[in-house]
Design a binder for this molecule. Structure first.
Ligand SMILES: CC(C)(COP(=O)(O)OP(=O)(O)OC[C@H]1O[C@@H](n2cnc3c(N)ncnc32)[C@H](O)[C@@H]1OP(=O)(O)O)[C@@H](O)C(=O)NCCC(=O)NCCS
Length: 154
């Protein structure tokens, strides 16, 4: 497995993978209406429009995109961390979170915040993140439950 910076030509594959993961992995923790709204929101345009505001990486198995993560340039936050549905539980998430944390550390961050899905909450807790509060993301008219977690780094 290799990790490199995401490129513009990756976005179609990233979006396909993102939708698949939401529909196949996150579906266990959310209602069909929430999954529909959430998976419908992701798009090449959305990724492209945010590209200059963040650092973003993809994980690759050969040429195939099997995960991505990103963080904003001006905040100590993780935006997204998604692994391909067929590669869950194989250490891809571990490698991606190390990459994003190292980059935030270089950016001068001492505290990292993440708005996690219900699905990923235990994954983040395993990485040392602590739950600060329950929250939600309003997507269309769906209140999608999330958790705000934080971790001190050095
Ligand atoms: C959360 C996610 C990124 C984890 O990626 P992954 O590649 O499956 O995780 P890894 O295989 O690297 O596992 C890392 C560690 O976390 C643990 N872990 C991962 N998911 C877990 C879960 N749901 N419950 C408990 N532990 C979990 C693993 O056991 C492993 O522990 P270890 O290091 O002691 O072996 C992945 O499941 C995913 O994409 N989920 C759906 C998308 C999502 O909700 N993303 C978060 C958006 S903020």
């Amino acid at each position: 497995m290799k990790i490199r910076f995401a490129r513009d030509e990756d976005y179609a594959a990233i979006v396909r993978m993102h939708k698949q993961t939401i529909r196949n992995v996150n579906k266990n923790d959310y209602t069909p209406e929430e999954i529909k709204a959430w998976s419908g929101r992701t798009s090449v345009k959305r990724f492209r429009d945010s590209a200059h505001k963040c650092k973003r990486w993809v994980a690759l198995d050969g040429e195939k995109i099997i995960g991505f993560t990103d963080h904003p340039l001006d905040k100590c936050e993780i935006w997204g961390l998604y692994v391909h549905k067929d590669y869950i539980g194989q250490g891809v998430g571990n490698k991606l979170i190390k990459k994003v944390e190292q980059s935030l550390l270089k950016q001068g961050c001492k505290n990292i915040k993440v708005e996690s899905t219900i699905t990923a909450k235990k994954f983040y807790q395993k990485q040392g993140y602590q739950v600060k509060k329950k929250s939600f993301d309003l997507i269309e008219n769906q209140k999608v439950t999330t958790y705000i977690l934080a971790k001190k780094i050095k």
